[in-house]
Design a protein around this ligand. Structure first.
Ligand code: ACO
Length: 355
């Protein structure tokens, strides 16, 4: 019995390989750093969905279909009730989409992610939602639907780098959840519901917002050691550090750090964050000398999304907008296996007396 399933292999996949000992992530043959530096969201969608849908068009046509699907998704925004935080707004919006196992279903999910996330951000601010522009790239449109302005090339590319970096990552908790649901043949939307519900937790995709809270609370470099020591002595986990699989630095952290550094005006924030990162790593090494705890993807994510003026409350939903590509591809891969996922448990409760 292995309650965290660390040593259980539960799927074969052609999608991604997480090498936790050496800090390498390969997504369909591409090292994540190369993917982040060169691919747009539309290309990554094409890469991940290849081989899982017979009717997959080329990346350019796929981009056009994503644009059209964003426009369709916008019609649903008015049906999403008030009072939901951003991740639940996205989950509710996604749940309204038609649920089947088709390419159209995958496209609708991927396209609707930015539409619902941006609408949720604006609703929280008391602003009307901004309609999508099907002619923009998915990343440029995402930023425009939040701010009302068409972003510069550098900003759109930085968001591409983020979404592509997090598009898939082996059998993480949310992807596993998505595959379990898909194995019941419930449909891709249901699989995405499983994925997003698992991602919502602070131990998985909920960390980057609290990373910024930590940087804000520390405030100045001189406060770092005392703040970190106090948090650790209260038994708190420092967000953006540690990983179930990586025993060295998460390769996505550097891919994203490079993307942040390409954005203008970020050098001051980066050097402050570098100082905090170094201090945290030193303190964690001291507290857990036998366990390597390194920086994970969420630390750089926080800096990148902050630089793009995406509010921290929307970070987990933005993560879901990238990871939906992996969830849908894994769902199709699991469906192809043709096997219901159904592990066993060991009963430890009371035993009835037998006559
Ligand atoms: N801060 C402080 N202590 C930590 C941290 C951390 N970030 N991470 C692990 N530890 C401690 C654990 O509490 C544990 O201590 P204990 O033995 O006294 O209980 C010890 O280090 C060993 O923990 P692990 O076995 O390495 O942790 P596990 O594999 O169970 O958890 C996890 C991994 C959930 C990511 C953990 O490191 C964590 O909570 N990190 C902070 C949250 C975070 O950044 N999440 C994003 C992960 S990336 C992603 O999902 C996209």
């Amino acid at each position: 019995m292995d309650s965290g399933l660390e040593n259980v292999v539960a799927a074969e996949t052609v999608l991604s390989d997480v090498d936790g000992q050496n800090g390498r992530l390969v997504i369909r043959g591409w090292p994540v750093q190369l993917l982040a530096a060169s691919m747009a969201y539309e290309d990554a969608a094409h890469l991940l969905w290849q081989g899982f849908f017979d009717d997959l068009p080329d990346a350019q046509a796929l981009g056009a279909r994503l644009g059209a699907a964003r426009v369709e998704a916008f019609d649903l925004v008015g049906q999403i009730p008030d009072g939901l935080d951003i991740i639940r707004f996205l989950r509710t919006g996604w749940s309204l989409l038609e649920d089947d196992e088709s390419l159209d279903s995958a496209i609708r999910l991927a396209a609707a992610g930015p539409v619902f996330t941006a609408a949720a951000v604006r609703r929280e601010r008391g602003q009307a939602p901004i309609a999508p522009d099907a002619d923009l790239s998915q990343s440029a449109d995402f930023l425009k639907m939040i701010t009302g302005k068409v972003p510069g090339e550098a900003e759109a590319r930085a968001l591409d780098a983020y979404l592509v970096t997090v598009c898939d990552h082996g059998l993480n908790a949310s992807t596993f959840a998505a595959r379990v649901v898909a194995s019941t043949r419930a449909g891709l939307v249901s699989a995405a519901m499983g994925g997003i519900s698992a991602l919502k937790g602070p131990l998985h995709g909920g960390a980057p917002g609290p990373v910024l809270d930590m940087l804000d609370e520390i405030g100045i470099p001189e406060n770092a050691e005392s703040w970190i020591d106090a948090a650790l002595s209260r038994g708190e986990r420092l967000m953006g550090f540690g990983h179930r699989v990586y025993r060295v630095r998460d390769p996505r952290a550097d891919a994203l750090k490079a993307a942040v550094a390409r954005l203008p005006g970020t050098s001051g924030r980066i050097s402050f964050a570098d100082h905090i990162e170094k201090t945290v790593l030193g303190r964690l090494a001291k507290k857990y000398p036998n366990r390597t705890l390194e920086t994970n993807v969420e630390f750089s994510t926080a800096l990148l999304l902050e630089a793009l003026a995406i509010p921290r409350e929307a970070f987990t939903a933005t993560f879901a907008c990238g990871r939906i590509l992996g969830w849908t591809a894994h769902a199709r891969e699991q469906i192809g296996e043709g096997r219901l996922v159904r592990p066993r448990s060991v009963y430890t409760g009371p035993v009835p007396e037998m006559a």
